[in-house]
Design a protein around this ligand. Structure first.
Ligand SMILES: NC(=O)c1ccc[n+]([C@@H]2O[C@H](COP(=O)([O-])OP(=O)(O)OC[C@H]3O[C@@H](n4cnc5c(N)ncnc54)[C@H](O)[C@@H]3O)[C@@H](O)[C@H]2O)c1
Ligand SMILES: O=P(O)(O)OC[C@H](O)CO
Length: 337
């Protein structure tokens, strides 16, 4: 396998939130001709004129070569697209991009971590339906936007069923401080990223409620057990779950209140209603939308996911924190696995 040959030289980033802006800055600094699409004129103007995204990544000076646009036609010039909108907006964005590019067979790296409400589809399945000609890959793993934008060392998974396209993505994204590892396992990479967001809400609740570090460690380990049970049942590979996009991202997201999912849980643990916290935020907490979908998928498949069930019930207000803890602790004793 020859890694890193023939990078995509022209990149279009769909979404100018924190992660889209960090990835666009990474590509531009690596010398790629990079354009970033924003829904709003204000952010596009700021990026072009002040080299800053004051709404989503205020501390970071962006490269002056990065061009922002509100016109999806810019995607026609690209050799590769990074899709970085919230998971619930992915389908509409992909349909619009397909139209803008005339249904080109474009490499598209899916960077959102979530499962679609209503359909239960993963992002690569949404891509297949919304833009069947596109060549899908998944970029996932432990990576806070602010860390990547600052150039702090980061390692992630780039999953692509097509090895030659995957290695082109590696060559496109790799820098001295950003290290993507190749995997063919798109399903595993996606499931790890989507499920850890739900588990991070649970860890936040434990921290917000002051239940202690032992409880948090137990929750992470049992959460990982249920993530693995579900993902392996779907056909994901165990090594992907144990890797950066699975365990790696679970550890990061459950450990830091820099995570929007973890901090949402923290506020819930402090007694706030999830809906109120979500309503006052500008940024997305993907786990809140993914939790109920994951519960439905797990029930359909007969997979036991008690922590995910508890998070969904807490988010909807059906259950109080203390009731959820008591339910989890009083489940029948069983063999670990
Ligand atoms: N921020 C991170 O550190 C990080 C890291 C890795 C992965 N991700 C994933 O990347 C995805 C995007 O996260 P983010 O952090 O950039 O979110 P964000 O909340 O910072 O920004 C979301 C962006 O999407 C746009 N958007 C919102 N609704 C939209 C719609 N209906 N149609 C089109 N655009 C819409 C917003 O205007 C904004 O530009 C999420 O799935 C997240 O899990 C984030
Ligand atoms: O802020 P969060 O919870 O969306 O997490 C960001 C990234 O997914 C961490 O890898």
């Amino acid at each position: 396998m020859t890694i890193g040959r023939e990078p995509f030289e022209r990149i279009y980033v769909a979404g100018a939130g924190s992660w889209g802006t960090a990835l666009a800055a990474l590509c531009a600094r690596a010398g790629r001709q990079t354009s970033i699409w924003s829904r709003g004129e204000e952010i596009a103007g700021q990026i072009n004129e002040e080299h800053r995204n004051a709404t989503y990544l205020p501390e970071i000076e962006l490269p002056s070569t990065l061009r922002a646009t509100t016109d999806r036609a810019a995607a026609c010039e690209a050799e590769g697209i990074l899709l970085v909108v919230p998971a619930q907006a992915a389908r509409d964005e992909l349909v619009a991009l397909r139209e803008a590019t005339g249904g080109a067979a474009m490499p598209v790296a899916l960077c959102c971590k979530g499962i679609e409400r209503g359909t239960g589809r993963l992002m690569h399945q949404v891509l297949k339906e919304a833009w069947p000609e596109a060549l899908g890959a998944v970029l996932s793993g432990p990576s806070f936007a602010a860390d990547v934008a600052r150039g702090l060392p980061t390692a992630v998974t780039l999953a692509d069923p097509d090895e030659s396209c995957g290695t082109r993505w590696l060559g496109t994204l790799a820098t001295e401080t950003f290290r993507p590892y190749y995997s063919p396992d798109v399903l595993g990479a996606e499931l790890g990223g989507a499920i850890k967001n739900v588990l991070a809400i649970a860890c936040g609740i434990v921290e917000g409620r002051g239940l202690g570090e032992s409880a948090k460690a137990a929750l992470m380990a049992r959460g990982f057990a249920e993530a693995k049970r579900f993902a392996l049942g779907m056909g994901a590979k165990p090594e992907t779950l144990a890797g950066l996009s699975g365990l790696g991202d679970l550890i990061l997201t459950c450990s830091s209140r820099q995570s929007r999912n973890m901090s949402l849980g923290y506020e819930m643990g402090q007694g706030r209603r999830a809906a109120d916290v979500i309503a006052e935020r500008r940024t997305v907490s993907e786990g809140a939308a993914t939790a109920p979908v994951l519960v439905s998928l797990a029930r359909e498949r007969g997979t036991d996911m008690p922590i995910t069930e508890a998070v969904a019930a807490l988010l909807s207000g059906e259950l109080a924190v203390d009731e959820a803890i008591a339910d989890l602790m009083n489940r029948p004793l069983k063999i670990e696995g």
